[in-house]
Design a protein around this ligand. Sequence first.
Ligand SMILES: NC(=O)c1ccc[n+]([C@@H]2O[C@H](COP(=O)([O-])OP(=O)(O)OC[C@H]3O[C@@H](n4cnc5c(N)ncnc54)[C@H](O)[C@@H]3O)[C@@H](O)[C@H]2O)c1
Length: 267
Amino acid sequence: MGSLEGQVVVFTGAGSGIGRAVVTRYAAEGARVVALDVSEKVTELKAELGDRVVPLVADVRSWEGNVQAVQTALDTWGRLDVFVGNAGITDAARPLEDIPGDRLAAGFEELFGVNVLAPILGVRAALDALVESRGSVILTGSFAGSHAAGGGVLYTASKHAVEGLVRQLAYELAPDVRVNGVAPGVAPTRLKGTTTLGQTAADSVLDGTREALPLQEIPEIDAYSGIFTLLASRSDSAVMTGTMVTADSGLGIRGIARPGGRVRTAG
Ligand SMILES: NC(=O)c1ccc[n+]([C@@H]2O[C@H](COP(=O)([O-])OP(=O)(O)OC[C@H]3O[C@@H](n4cnc5c(N)ncnc54)[C@H](O)[C@@H]3O)[C@@H](O)[C@H]2O)c1
């Protein structure tokens, strides 16, 4: 029996990258998932995972889209145990001085709409059902949620905000709903850029990233799936709430001369 047998999940940003890998793992662990994404790619999950997943194409920034996701879970399986707010976009680490002042507000609204407002909308929409099931929330943060230089000002501030949400919501929803987060370092994906700043999708892994990581490996796309599974498990993470799980390949403990004590640098 899988560790998520019987659990019903609403999962945003499920169409690609980390989200798609975690949804695949959740299904293998016995969960049933409403998989939400703004991209039609999310509909491919139906063919891959069968009746364990109901894909939903919607924008996480819309209240109606979040309500529809929760209602789909309730109509299809009669309950909701976990809300995962994972959809995200990036500012491609653009420095503040390279963003025209008259476009900042639009860029802020777009990026904070997806990375910060959307998880608030999602949790609000899921609240009654999660209280009823004594369920849990998982939000995707980032290395940029506690450090500089994992993004530009907009992305870094948004992921710091996600850490604040995890703490505040964990407080507000205790003792009925646990709220935790995962802060990945890097993953081989192509995060969408902020269209109001004229950005398209870009590789998340920059040149030189592997060498900068103390663990010296770019993680596989499913490297984070076990952590998301742990946090969704009623038994394995029963004592965790208000926790950000750092999963950054050691970036936060990098040294100055060498990224790790046993890393051999050239020359
Ligand atoms: N890739 C990395 O190196 C990395 C590192 C740290 C944190 N993260 C975070 O991981 C999460 C997943 O990102 P990923 O790297 O897998 O990228 P990804 O682009 O593959 O996945 C993000 C998904 O969110 C969806 N999405 C974007 N805007 C949306 C909207 N308005 N409505 C609905 N869906 C929307 C996209 O279509 C996409 O499928 C994000 O929150 C990201 O900030 C990624």
